[in-house]
Write a protein of this length. Structure first.
Lengths: 328, 250
């Protein structure tokens, strides 16, 4: 029996999908060790307590809530100090964070405060006596390590989508608490939050991603990709580095070694040859479809389904067919 | 301004990797090494800041065996002022062990800014920069895509998923640099010649005890090579049928 901690990430007063994944992972870890308790921590502006029941539904026995006017945005110093104080004050075997932008920032801070090491961006984990073993992709996904993390608590950041949120209802008893550090004392302050224009669905959360490469020949032809994404209805648009380097798409759309790493249910690669740099960002997608005119393009080696042909004919046809089946 | 940039020497990721006989590492035979991707951006950011702020210097720091001097030399040829090798026979996989060695050298207000790449392309733990900041009790901003520094204060943009934020911070600070901020310059012949005369100081690395170790390393499970459904637009109905009935993603 071992107790687990999970940091539940929120933005704009709402939980993010990764929050449910993180709590689910902590639940699974607690159950695997014979059924300890799971404590989730959620921090935000007043009103964030309303999100607690959703954390109970994915397995939190207790939900610690920190509400503060100054904490509507993540102040990493305050968030990390608070998470570290909770971890230090309990008998936690593991502390789970997401390897999201926010979690990748917080988890190493928390581990360093607790003077323990960190297992980052893990895709699987197992508690085993006084050690925890985890799997973690290295060399841009070209190899995978099984690593052993000594020390307690084991601080872990979990790759988004590596664990699916599962309903395992627990009490989710809400307990209000104070930030472990005065937000006014934070040295790093958020001046402004900028919503990404046009991006209704984030690449990390979309079940479907339609991605375009150089094969589209010009920025305006991304319309084809956008139309296909719109036909799916639950798709985000991604791009290769060549495309973002050329300014056809924003740098934040880039999928690959130096961009986002994604694992959607369905990844549609349009006019993408499959450079190593790009494959590093999408090879763990559940189903990959490739549309390319070159039958020898490397993308076909990892694609589950491929169509060899002119994307300017294939993609509009696919858009119509997807619309038809979605509508029917 | 006094700037430090911490860089890592990593295998070129274009390489086809094979697992070494110990089952815990990649086979080093024939591997080419270079500066880790994001570290190159961090060096470029430091050089641009140094150019803007007269009287600045850029120290390039790397932990590892003597071979890291080659990588330090590359940063010197880009324009950095001097190098510091923290000598260690091997670079631990555990970021906290590395951070302790860096914190032991980079403290005491020696640097106004300490820059890192967002993460290395080999171990990809993304821990060293943030942990070094914690150990030095310095403000830290991660995954920066835009940066400006004026009067001992900085402003930086960070990309979050689906949003971005602009943060402000005081100097000294630790920053980790994301892609897209500035393209690393290529060393010119003049830079390469000049770098040969630049000093690289060598000290032993005071590494921490590694508590994160690799048990096994393996190649990722091969995706079973898929199939070509067909050619041209005629293959679309069959593709959609497969996505619905076989892959069940539609």
């Amino acid at each position: 029996m071992a107790d687990m901690f999970a940091f539940a990430e929120s933005r704009g007063g709402e939980l993010r999908k990764v929050a449910l994944e993180t709590v689910t992972a902590a639940r699974q870890a607690a159950d695997a060790t014979g059924g300890g308790t799971v404590t989730a921590l959620v921090i935000g502006a007043p009103g964030i307590a309303g999100q607690a029941p959703a954390l109970g539904r994915v397995g939190a026995d207790k939900v610690l809530v920190v509400e503060h006017e100054a904490l509507g945005n993540c102040l990493p110093e305050v968030y990390a100090a608070t998470a570290a104080a909770v971890l230090a004050g309990g008998n936690f075997r593991g502390g789970f964070f997401s390897a999201s932008a926010e979690g990748r920032d917080l988890a190493p801070r928390v581990a360093a405060k607790l003077k323990v090491s960190l297992a980052s961006d893990v895709t699987g984990f197992r508690f085993d006596g006084d050690a925890m073993t985890a799997t973690h992709p290295v060399y841009i996904g070209k190899a995978v390590v099984t690593e052993r993390l000594m020390g307690t608590p084991a601080v872990i950041s979990l790759r988004p989508s590596a664990v699916d949120a599962v309903e395992t209802p627990r009490a989710g008893a809400v307990e209000s608490t104070m930030p472990a550090m005065d937000p006014a004392a934070a040295r790093v302050r958020v001046r402004e939050t900028v919503a990404q224009k046009g991006a209704s669905l984030d690449l990390g959360e979309a079940p479907v991603i339609v991605s375009g490469g150089r094969g589209l020949r010009a920025a305006e032809n991304f319309k084809l990709v956008e139309d296909l994404a719109a036909a799916f209805g639950n798709a985000a648009v991604g791009a290769t580095r060549a495309v973002t380097d050329d300014g056809w798409r924003a740098a934040t759309d880039q999928i690959g070694q130096t961009g986002r790493v994604v694992s959607p249910d369905l990844y549609v690669a349009v006019g993408i040859s499959g450079a190593v740099q790009h494959l590093a960002g999408m090879r763990t997608s559940r189903v990959i479809v490739a549309i390319n005119k070159d039958k020898d393009a490397p993308i076909f080696k990892i694609a589950d389904y491929g169509i060899v042909g002119d994307l300017f004919e294939v993609v509009p046809a696919l858009t119509e067919e997807v619309k038809r089946v979605k509508g029917g | 301004m006094h700037l430090a940039v911490c860089i890592k020497r990593v295998p070129d990721t274009e390489t086809r990797f094979t697992i070494a006989a110990d089952g815990k590492s990649v086979d080093g035979t024939g591997l080419k090494y270079d500066m880790s991707d994001f570290d190159g951006y961090a060096v470029e950011v430091a050089l641009q800041l140094a150019e803007k702020h007269e009287g600045s210097d850029v120290t390039v720091v790397s932990v590892g065996p003597d071979a890291v001097q080659e990588t330090i030399r590359k940063a010197l040829s880009m324009g950095a002022t001097s190098g510091l090798q923290l000598r260690a026979a091997d670079v631990p996989f555990d970021g906290f062990a590395i951070a302790q060695a860096l914190a032991a050298e980079l403290g005491e207000g020696k640097y106004d800014l300490i820059l890192f790449g967002r993460n290395s392309t080999d171990s990809a733990n993304g821990a060293v920069g943030v942990m070094t900041a914690e150990l030095l009790d310095l403000p830290c901003v991660t995954a920066i895509s835009e940066l400006s520094i004026a009067d001992d204060k900085g402003a930086a943009r960070r990309e979050l998923e689906g949003a971005a934020e602009i943060v402000e911070f005081p100097l000294p600070a630790v920053l980790t640099i994301d892609e897209g901020i500035a393209r690393p310059r290529l060393p010119g012949l003049k830079g390469i010649m000049a770098a040969k005369k630049k000093p690289i100081e060598v000290r032993d690395a005071a590494l921490g005890q590694p508590n994160l170790v690799i048990e096994t390393m393996a190649l990722p499970p091969e995706r079973s090579s898929g199939r070509i459904v067909g050619e041209g637009a005629d293959a679309v109905p069959e593709l959609v049928r497969l996505l619905q009935t076989e892959a069940k993603v539609l």
